[in-house]
Design a protein around this ligand. Sequence first.
Ligand SMILES: Cc1cc2nc3c(=O)[nH]c(=O)nc-3n(C[C@H](O)[C@H](O)[C@H](O)COP(=O)(O)OP(=O)(O)OC[C@H]3O[C@@H](n4cnc5c(N)ncnc54)[C@H](O)[C@@H]3O)c2cc1C
Length: 524
Amino acid sequence: MNLSNLKNEYDIVVAGGGITGAGVFHEAVNRGFRVLLVEARDFAGGTSSRSSKMVHGGLRYLKQGKFLLTRTAVKERERLIKKYPGLVCPLKFILPVFDHYGPSRSSLKAGLSIYSLMAGKKQHKSYSRAEAIMKIPGIRQENLVSAVGFMDAQVDDARLVMRLIYDACHSGGTALNYTKVTGVERNRNKRVSAVTVSDESCGTCVEIKTKVFINATGVFAEKLHPSPMKDFHIRPLRGSHLVFPGHCLPLDRVISFIHPQDLRPVFLFPWEGSVFLGTTDVDHDQDMNKEPFVTPKEADYLMEGLRYILPGIDLGPEDSICSLAGVRPVLSKKKVATSKESREHVVWKDNGLVTVTGGKLTTFGLLADDALKAAKPYLPAPSFDGPAQKVKPFHEKQIHPDISIKSKQRLWARYGTAAGTIFQNYDPSLFYPVEGTNALWVEICYAAEHEQVHNLSDLLLRRVRIGLFLPRGGKHLLDKVETLCQNFLPWDTDQWEIEKRNYIKEWNACYSPPQKRKGAGDGE
Ligand SMILES: Cc1cc2nc3c(=O)[nH]c(=O)nc-3n(C[C@H](O)[C@H](O)[C@H](O)COP(=O)(O)OP(=O)(O)OC[C@H]3O[C@@H](n4cnc5c(N)ncnc54)[C@H](O)[C@@H]3O)c2cc1C
């Protein structure tokens, strides 16, 4: 798929293949519009593969008095758990309560009662001090009073983006990665009439006519549409995680705790067999055109919090296997303390140009709805008459008997109806996990063949996430990946060598544990 496959006119062109753009694309296609999504780099290559993976109301927003935001997010969480079972999964949280710092037990109980009320069911409970010590092995006992437990949910962020994009493509939408919107054209009445898009791999540009252009480019949104409000701009805030092998810190729930240095909430959470520690919240002063990376200073901050809450822990940042930084598109008026900045989204309109940015992964549905409401006056009646190709119905009975229930569940959850293609088209011997991860080899093959993979980072960091869970990004498996995927990717032997080298170089620069990085300075 490339620029030559595109029509020369759409009802809507969306720029940005993160969760916001994917949500708008999915919703607009479902409403019957002819929609093109273009992403300048890889789908979910920006912030939307670097989140804390939580589909949550955000307990701390309650404390800031953001009742509407919390209520909307809680409702979205419930909707997404139902709509994407197995991809969006309920997850237990526990928060220890101390009597010398952090929120009191009574304020937490009050907040959690409201939280449960918003969800329409009781989802929290209190633990005594003894229970807290049992549930959180190694917890700081000095000044520990009790703990509270509650439910939220977890998702593979990049897979949710892919699910939205490919479900919409199966319904007739068109999506292209490595394609950038470089200009917005207007007619004599100043209405949007077309956009210029450029193929980032070869530099070719084409003009595509459109009634509406939706700018969902996250932290880059002001490049295409400067803020219409005085002194109200995007403030890029970096959030970082360290990833540890699961056996270092076996967890069955998220430990949410307050960092002693700045009283911010920090999470230690299990995900796909590994444990993530994060996040930070700092002004992002790295080059915006390059991949963000975790600095040693951020790693020290995270480790300080972890050692405070689990004082006996024998773990250093050098024990992490990976690090991951993302940049939040936060809208800021007064540049208050980073964690006090609002996480609400904005929609700006200008004659057929609609910008939607800010918000959270959890509330992508709301962002999509608001963006399409703003676009409505410029849109024709929905004209799209169904997908070009019908998805063939597929029955469980057609699945090879050797494929385990766990693998089946994983594939249905992550790929939706496309799982049928996976069951039908690949050898049953590929349906086993990549050593040390939950991902299946068949997912790597499927992604290489069907999910617009341009390089090994697309494949190993975002389609299947094994580059985040394996030492040195899974370098030891690259030859096997080559053997299995050589028929699906257009690379000869020399090109495979280049791709493997580039992947390792990128992983070392931006995903390796900061303390192990060559010449790791502070980076700030
Ligand atoms: C560390 C961290 C933890 C977080 N944790 C959570 C969480 O647990 N739960 C939650 O709900 N939210 C969380 N968030 C917030 C959430 O991740 C973001 O709000 C969300 O991912 C933003 O998505 P987006 O699509 O707007 O931006 P992005 O994902 O950055 O997507 C924008 C895309 O636009 C593309 N683009 C830029 N310019 C152009 C152009 N000219 N043409 C085409 N494409 C272009 C970029 O390449 C990029 O891929 C977290 C954020 C961070 C940083």
